[in-house]
Ligand binder design. Structure first.
Ligand code: CDT
Length: 311
């Protein structure tokens, strides 16, 4: 049996702070048309794909922060992506900053959507693991204020029936947590799509800077193998506003093998034929969850986080 779907990881190079969304959308459309010529059915863009990675700045004016957020999807500026999806019969994953206006104040999420080949939104995920810090830390060469600008996602880890399979979504830091993949794996994910923005320099632990590419692939490959799922990791890469973001966008098969990988740090397509039936290689033979898991011994995993060891 085989259930192939051709997927493209659409890595984006840097996005300048003053680059309008319309320019980014144009870059995405170029990649979609290139991908169409190669038979791609699903294209995956990075985390916060419509703007520069703004959590690197401490901004006191909320209006300035909100300018990086979307209140509607599609919007006039992003509608061309939805039109292209329909015209090219190509679904997409798109990360963006989402603002939800409400009577008790606005809510802000680091969000991604899954759009099908008819241009309809069929899935949404709001980032759960938010890295970084809440307050300005001027000693850092750049900030990582996701914990200031976003709240943790309220939609859980879900699976969407789309593209003839079961699709899971996560965003950037989520990939470092095995629980992300395991929850998606337990729900039957056959492919997990993950956009990211990962600075090479990590101010609290600069001694690990040379390991950033390694850690990226380590967690993506482990997540794939340990759950018998395809994984698509997609970077926003290159020197963005003076900050070096790793590339390494890749597609990983359910054995944990990287089958296609980006060569540079600019706009680039990484394409692979992903046979979703290959998940069975691992799920039926190695990690048969129903047969081999021992959840009675895993209680600390779901205990409140305060019960973890003090650091
Ligand atoms: N965007 C994002 O989540 N970036 C983080 C940076 C490192 S914080 C430890 C990441 O996990 O790649």
């Amino acid at each position: 049996m085989s259930r192939p779907i051709k997927i493209a990881a659409a890595q984006l190079g840097p996005i300048a702070r003053d680059e309008p969304r319309s320019a980014v959308v144009k870059r995405c459309l170029i990649l979609m048309h290139e991908a169409k010529a190669k038979g791609v059915e699903l294209i995956v863009f990075p985390e916060l794909a419509l703007t520069t990675f703004f959590p690197r700045w401490y901004l006191e004016d909320q209006t300035e922060v909100d300018a990086f957020f979307e209140t509607e999807m599609p919007s006039a500026e992003t509608q061309p992506l939805f039109d292209a999806a329909k015209e090219l019969s190509m679904g997409f994953y798109l990360g963006y900053a989402e603002r939800v206006p409400g009577e008790e104040g606005d809510r802000h999420f680091n969000t991604t959507i899954l759009v099908d080949q008819q241009g309809e939104i069929v899935g949404k995920y709001r980032k759960i693991h938010l890295p970084g810090h809440e307050e300005n830390e001027p000693w850092r060469p750049f900030q990582h204020l996701e914990r200031r600008y976003f709240e943790s996602g309220d939609m859980g880890f879900q699976i969407f029936d789309a593209f003839g399979g079961k699709v899971g979504m996560a965003i950037c830091n989520d990939r470092r947590w095995p629980e992300t993949f395991r929850v998606l794996g337990l729900k039957g994910a056959e492919v997990v799509l993950i956009g990211y923005n990962t600075p090479r320099h990590y101010p609290p632990a600069p001694e690990h800077d040379h390991l950033q590419d390694f850690h990226n692939h380590l967690v993506l490959q482990a997540g794939a193998y340990q759950n018998g799922t395809w994984v698509v990791g997609v970077a926003k890469a290159g020197i963005e506003e003076g900050c070096d973001l790793i590339g390494g966008s890749c597609i990983i098969d359910p054995t944990g093998t990287i089958v296609a990988k980006a060569e540079g740090v600019g706009d680039e397509l990484v394409i692979a034929d992903c046979d979703l039936d290959r998940c069975d290689e691992i799920r039926k033979k190695i990690f048969d969850f129903r047969r081999y898991r021992e959840p009675d011994n895993y209680a600390p995993i779901t205990a409140p986080k305060e019960t973890g060891p003090k650091q």
